[in-house]
Design a protein around this ligand. Structure first.
Ligand code: G3I
Length: 372
């Protein structure tokens, strides 16, 4: 090699290495920008998966999911009603499929959920005797948590045990087993799944009163010497009304308990709604104005959604390390539960990907935070 070419070669190698280590996308590559890569050093990026997606029957989702997400939560198929339909009958087919699908695609599974008052099988709702109910409760956790120990990364051990004022919800679990059922659920899960992270999950638990109840609940578990690794704030929020201050305060206070903080069911409601939260038993009546954007979201609202998502992710980034996962409740707008709740048949736009799996302005605004 002659002396003129050598410095040029050296310069090219240095430029290539700089490009590789800068973390920025190679502008000549066609590789799509990916949430999981862009936030790789900050927190995990998850999505809820529905049955079709788990069964890989949705070809466009099958491309987008492994490209964008490194964590996933089954939207319904690990809930008691589906995985444990009868007293002595467990149905693992879809849960096993979820685990193998995620393993194949390097996606960590958050099991959802062991104990929840909603979507309980009929037989469990009919149990009268306290002893039988206790047996159901213990067997359910033991059987499922031990089967998937080390196969799922984490469990939402208990979901939505609190009322809005921070008191305990008068669920069937509370009525039959008393106030300690949450601690007992974690104790049983800890024994059955020593290699799995254990979380408490709720909605509106960033709100001061409910947060205080949630902290009391966590402290109770901890003071019983039982393991709890994290707390999930679901994050079903509303356009233009993201409670950023409460969210920040919650991250600080939950993290101070030694817990990981996760945003586990993130979506932003853009349609009219007269209440906050995600209590599935709440419904609204259809009116002439309940479905205002059947043919597309106006640009001004699209921009507002982008701004809301950017503010949220800015906050999550400020607390990276404390915030360990952000999971969207659905892959694209067309697949969101918010098209059917609290009013059936609406056209909603709460996520980062549109009905054709294309990134929305909100996707770009979130990515832009890391490209500055
Ligand atoms: O299983 C039946 C199926 O047999 C039937 O064909 C179909 C027809 O509509 O309905 C199916 O059940 C539906 C189920 O989703 C599975 O698709 C229920 O009607 C429907 O109510 C249920 O909704 C789920 C909801 O939880 C129920 O509690 C949503 O998909 C799911 O997104 C939502 O998720 C919850 C979290 O688990 C906890 N936090 C709140 C969040 C939003 O509500």
């Amino acid at each position: 090699m002659n002396l003129i070419k050598f410095p040029l070669l050296l310069l090219s190698i240095c430029m290539l290495m700089a490009a590789c280590f800068s973390g920025k996308k190679n502008t000549t590559s066609n590789e799509p920008v990916s949430l999981k890569n862009v936030f790789k050093k900050d927190f995990g990026i998850g999505t809820a998966l529905n049955t079709e997606q788990i069964q890989e029957k949705d070809p466009k989702a099958a491309v987008l999911i492994p490209q964008q997400f490194n964590m996933a939560t089954p939207e319904n198929i690990m809930k008691a009603e589906i995985i444990h339909p009868q007293w002595d009958n467990y149905n693992y087919e879809l849960a096993d499929k979820m685990v193998s699908y995620c393993e194949k695609n390097n996606i960590k599974v958050n099991g959802h959920t062991l104990i929840w008052h909603s979507q309980l099988p009929l037989f469990a709702r009919r149990i009268q005797s306290v002893d039988s109910f206790k047996t159901f409760f213990t067997d359910h956790i033991k059987t499922i948590a031990s089967r998937y120990d080390g196969k799922v990364y984490s469990w939402d051990v208990v979901n939505e045990a609190l009322n809005e004022d921070g008191t305990m919800r008068k669920s069937v679990f509370l009525q039959k087993l008393g106030d300690d059922f949450v601690t007992e659920a974690f104790r049983t899960a800890q024994a059955a799944a020593p290699n799995t992270q254990l979380y408490y999950n709720d909605y509106n638990n960033e709100q001061p009163a409910k947060r205080a109840g949630c902290i009391a609940l966590i402290k109770k578990i901890q003071s019983a010497g039982v393991r709890i690794d994290g707390v999930g704030i679901q994050g079903h929020w509303h356009l233009g009304r993201i409670p950023l201050k409460d969210i920040e305060e919650s991250i600080i206070q939950y993290a101070a308990l030694g817990l990981q903080v996760m945003f586990t069911e993130l979506d932003i409601e853009v349609l009219p709604r007269n209440f906050q939260g995600a209590d599935v038993s709440q419904r609204m009546n259809t009116t002439a104005s309940s479905n205002p954007y059947p043919n597309g979201l106006p640009d001004s609202l699209q921009q507002k959604l982008a701004d809301d998502y950017a503010s949220l992710f800015k906050l999550f980034l400020k607390y990276k390390g404390k915030v360990t996962r952000v999971t969207f409740w659905g892959v694209n707008d067309g697949q969101s539960w918010l098209n059917g709740w609290p009013i059936r048949g609406r056209t909603n736009y709460p996520l980062l990907f549109d009905r054709n799996f294309l990134p929305k302005p909100a996707f770009n605004s979130v990515i832009a935070l890391k490209r500055k």
